[in-house]
Write a protein that binds this ligand. Structure first.
Ligand code: NAD
Length: 263
């Protein structure tokens, strides 16, 4: 039995990394996919990959920080497939590190693409979900939204997603709409491409901080997202699930050192 039978799933930032992996997995699990991305060719490529894999999908070009684009994106989804049952708010980027490193425009960009987009996209699909008394929304936050690991503006926006998740879950649960969040740790995707140019070994450098001994793959996040959007999670709403190889359990290297057993 597929996990998302007859569902129409709209995934933002679906042209790369976690969004693309989620689109492919959701389609394999029975969903019809609307793959949206700011870069249209990427969205189309994901839709093509889904179709080649035997699924049903369209690609849509949309900047999720722009209200008119979001309206057109949801109209395209409803026009093609009649409704949106599942929304994955995945599109994101990160600019700057400490608050002295970036200007006001960069602050606004982080907040608009990461946080305002969740408001815009959720607001656009919710009326239909509430009318049908069925819907699932999954927000892709980050461990940066849970504790301090840099990228201040991005982190503040990701923390905001966690709060918005709880409030939306609280408000709309009685009408059959569930809203959950995942908080990934380091995931091997193209978002790291600039950093990889500077340090080709960045994933090896980072993996030592993960109790499970590796960084994550896009499929690790897609699987968590699938569970939260499926009926298997029918009584789960408002949670933020770390998908982080144990990173947010605490500083295991410090604990190992305290035990006198530092590797
Ligand atoms: N990769 C990681 O280590 C990691 C860790 C924690 C959280 N995340 C989050 O996961 C999500 C996906 O990231 P990824 O690693 O797959 O990155 P990615 O760069 O591979 O993919 C992000 C996609 O979002 C699209 N996008 C960017 N701005 C957009 C906009 N305004 N409108 C529509 N689409 C837009 C990009 O074109 C791209 O295709 C992001 O929200 C990111 O913050 C990633």
């Amino acid at each position: 039995m597929p996990a998302l039978p007859d569902r129409v799933a709209l995934i933002t930032g679906a042209g790369s990394g976690i969004g693309r992996a989620t689109a492919l997995l959701f389609a394999q699990e029975g969903a019809t996919v609307v793959a949206a991305d700011k870069i249209g060719e990427r969205a189309e490529e994901t839709a093509r990959l889904v179709t080649e894999d035997g699924g049903r999908a369209i690609g849509v070009t949309a900047d999720v920080s722009v209200a008119a684009d979001v309206t057109a994106m949801v109209e395209a989804a409803v026009g093609s497939f009649g409704r949106v049952d599942v929304l994955v708010n995945n599109a994101g980027l990160s600019v700057g590190d400490t608050i002295l490193d970036f200007d006001e425009a960069a602050w606004d960009l982080n907040l608009d693409v990461v946080l305002k987009s969740v408001y815009l996209c959720s607001r656009a699909v919710l009326p239909g979900m509430l009318e049908r008394k069925r819907g699932a929304i999954c927000n892709i936050s980050s461990v940066n939204g849970i504790f301090a690991v840099g990228e201040s503006a991005y982190a503040a926006a990701k923390a905001g997603m966690i709060s918005l998740t709880a409030n939306m879950a609280n408000h709309f649960g009685k009408d059959g709409v569930r809203v959950n969040c995942v908080a990934p740790g380091t995931i091997r995707t193209p978002i790291w491409s600039e950093r990889l140019k500077k340090d080709p070994n960045v994933f090896d450098t980072l993996k030592v901080w993960y109790p499970l001994g590796r960084v994550g793959e896009p499929e690790d996040v897609a699987n968590a997202c699938l569970f939260l959007c499926s009926d298997a999670a029918a009584w789960i709403t408002g949670v933020t699930l770390p998908v982080d190889g144990g990173l947010t359990t605490g500083n295991f290297r410090m604990n190992t050192a305290l035990q006198g057993d530092d590797a």
